[in-house]
Design a protein around this ligand. Structure first.
Ligand code: SAM
Length: 169
């Protein structure tokens, strides 16, 4: 499997609190702002099925996943991995000009500084290095960074508020 390296620059790391002159004096502080992640697998969609196919070396990490009904899949908006697209900070959500201009941290835009996507999926089956899910809003071939079981106690909120544009129509 082709190995991809993604370099994540986390804007809110403590090193950002340093003044430029201090950061220049401490190159190790600057290096601490960079994180490297590698895909664990890819999305495949053969014959109307949706598969998360992991690199074989990660198969041991799936032990016990078949006991969970849903997973959160963390993936990478690889089609938007250009400096220009990663600089976009405001969008009209869902590409609809009728929706108000909104910060990318206030919507689920595929354009954002760190191209991290998160999708909740129903587990259909877990076999060897493959997790079959009901569906995912990621394209065929999309790199997958992580899989976490969906735990209602931790991952759901009792009372929620959403802006008007995000309400079901
Ligand atoms: C609105 S985003 C939401 C993704 C995820 N559920 C989230 O909230 O982070 C979903 C859209 O991203 C786009 N997309 C899917 N795979 C992509 C990829 N590999 N690179 C860039 N865009 C992608 C598709 O247009 C898809 O409809």
């Amino acid at each position: 499997m082709k190995t991809w390296l993604f370099v994540l620059c986390i804007a809110a790391s403590p090193a950002m609190l340093l003044t430029p002159s201090v950061a220049e004096e401490k190159p190790e502080a600057k290096a601490a702002q960079t994180f490297v992640v590698q895909p664990i697998g890819r999305v495949q969609k053969p014959d109307n099925r949706t598969l998360i196919v992991l690199d074989k070396k990660y198969q041991p990490g799936l032990l016990g996943l078949d006991q969970w009904s849903h997973v959160q899949v963390v993936w990478w908006f690889d089609k938007n991995d250009t400096p220009e697209k990663r600089a976009i900070l405001q969008v009209h959500p869902r590409g609809d000009q009728a929706n108000p201009l909104t910060g990318v941290f206030a919507c689920r835009s595929p354009f954002r500084p760190n191209l991290i996507a998160l999708s909740l999926c129903k587990v259909v089956a877990v076999n060897d290095n493959v997790v079959e899910v009901d569906k995912i809003d990621a394209f065929e071939g999309t790199p997958v960074l992580d899989i976490k079981p969906y735990a209602p106690g931790q991952d759901s909120a009792a009372e929620v508020r959403v802006p008007d544009w995000a309400k079901p129509k």
